[in-house]
Write a protein that binds this ligand. Structure first.
Ligand code: MN
Length: 507
């Protein structure tokens, strides 16, 4: 999903020293862009968009970037000194994410040969500070990356930003569909959808479950049977589940029909994320002979659609649904990710941990072993019935989880580094799960999360670290707090209080 995207590279210079230095700036810039692309560290290709030397040049390229769908962001670098008043109009109009790369064409000072011609050309040391000054003066949100352009560590920082910028672009035309409303009375999953669209880009719509049921009724039996067969090939399962005469088979069949109906509806609407609610499953009578509809919340469908890249939030949690889509998008090719809920606690001294699960909806991308397709009774919501789900435990290892809450005057992102430890199967509660210790330990990690007002739902990945979320929060212009190995409760409380003042002053 990154292949059609572009990052634009704009070099800053000026005409003070004549045509020749500018020609060299051009050739250096091209060489650097080609070198960066060839290094293969960035997931998105960089396109050299020229060396700018006037306010008009800059405004033109910024407006073109705004209008170009493929352009997910701009990298600026000042080869020579670029007097920054000429950046004012352009930067004021830039609507795409900005990365300011502080680097230099040459790695080392050519001590023996350096002359004034060299100095007139290689001025990043002061040119990039002049540019940084105007960005700060204009309050331009950006990422500053400092490092030599050939170094892997420099490119890796740009790669993080690239993935986030790509996901940010993806979120700007994201439609989140709510099948049913929020779970009644729940505070943290609610919020201001208008503010979310203004600040985070995505749009949240409602789709009555009755409309979804129209899709359900149109799903073809042969497509359902095909999908059921696919399940049996993909997942471990009890052999008797394959017998069409059994109730179990019927549940799997219902789950496949639900998946096809939801996918068709989301495709029709062009939606990238959705929520469900166990209290709204349509009005059909499950005991009627000719029953068509959801036998329970469509858990298996949610699990598989999450793996496919659809954002998902349970109980109408549209903020988590949108965030999961963004996480999945950034995380492509990088390892597992899932929507999760703080399910139950395991007190065990320094190994005290939180079991992460949900009634059904955990994404199989984080599974440690081949998921097992099982059918069990689920006694919650308007329909208490047997229903299919994928059961597994998750891979141990370091990870990071994130959520966004609405504080009324702003959105706050809360990020927590976590250590996933070995989980155990739950024979009497067959759901997928992970087990993690929040950093720096359970007491401080969970305590800080609660003080920050964090949800019981979050979006987890093994390899999308807090660095990604910091870039996301910067692009979105939202608050972010990061609970990590260095967190202490007194300092964290101070940070929350300082942030309250900051956001009061900077509405
Ligand atoms: Mn939940």
């Amino acid at each position: 999903m990154f292949e059609n995207l572009e990052i634009w590279w704009v070099t800053g210079a000026q005409m003070l020293y004549g045509e020749e230095p500018v020609r060299i700036v051009e050739s250096h810039s091209k060489e650097m862009v080609e070198g960066i692309n060839a290094a293969g560290v960035l997931p998105v290709k960089v396109v050299y968009k020229g060396t700018v030397m006037s306010s008009k040049d800059i405004e033109k390229v910024m407006l073109e970037a705004n209008a170009c769908k493929a352009c997910i962001g701009i990298i600026t670098w000042m080869h020579t000194f670029s007097p920054a008043k000429m950046w004012i109009h352009g930067l004021q109009q830039l609507r795409k994410p900005l990365l300011h790369l502080h680097t230099q064409y040459n790695a080392e000072i050519p001590w023996d040969t350096m002359d004034m011609d060299f100095m007139n050309l290689n001025q990043s040391a002061h040119g990039d500070r002049e540019f940084g000054h105007i960005c700060t003066r204009l309050n331009v949100r950006r990422k500053v990356v400092v490092g030599y352009w050939k170094d892997k560590s420099t490119l890796e920082k740009i790669a993080v930003w690239s993935r986030v910028a790509a996901a940010w672009a993806d979120a700007q035309d994201m439609l989140v569909i709510r099948f049913g409303d929020q779970m009644n009375n729940v505070a943290v999953t609610d919020g201001d959808k208008v503010a979310a669209e203004m600040q985070l880009g995505y749009h949240v719509d409602y789709c009555p479950v009755s409309e979804l049921m129209e899709y359900y009724k149109k799903v073809k039996a042969e497509d359902i049977e095909k999908l059921v067969k696919e399940y049996f090939t993909l997942y471990d399962h009890a052999t008797e589940l394959e017998d069409p005469a059994t109730e179990g088979y019927k549940s799997v069949w219902n789950a496949a029909a639900a998946e096809l109906a939801i996918r068709a509806c989301l495709e029709d609407k062009g939606a990238k994320a959705f929520t469900t609610n166990f209290d709204d499953l349509g009005t059909d009578d499950i005991n009627a002979k000719d029953f068509v509809g959801f036998d329970q919340i469509p858990g298996l469908a949610s699990q598989r659609l999450m793996a496919e890249g659809y954002g998902f939030g349970a109980e109408g949690d549209w903020k988590s649904a949108a965030l999961y889509r963004t996480l999945w998008f950034m995380n492509q090719g990088m390892g597992g990710c899932s929507f999760l809920e703080d399910y139950t606690l395991n007190f065990d001294g320094s190994q005290s941990a939180i079991l992460q699960a949900h009634m059904l909806e955990v994404c199989p991308l984080i599974a440690e072993q081949k998921p097992r397709l099982e059918v069990h009774f689920l006694g919650i919501g308007i329909r208490k019935a047997q229903t299919a789900r994928l059961v597994f435990t998750s891979k141990p290892g370091a990870g990071c989880t994130a959520t966004v809450i609405d504080l009324g005057n702003r959105f706050r992102m809360i990020v927590n580094d976590v250590e996933c430890i070995k989980s155990k199967p739950l024979p009497k509660l067959p759901v997928a799960s992970a087990l993690w210790i929040p950093m720096p330990d359970f007491e401080v990690g969970a305590g800080a999360w609660i003080l920050a007002g964090g949800t019981h739902h979050s979006c987890f990945a093994y390899n999308v670290t807090a660095d990604y979320w910091a870039d996301y929060a910067e692009m979105a212009g939202i608050e972010m707090v990061h609970i990590n190995k260095n967190t202490t409760i007194p300092e964290f409380k101070k940070e929350l209080r300082y942030n309250d003042v900051y956001y009061m002053l900077n509405k």
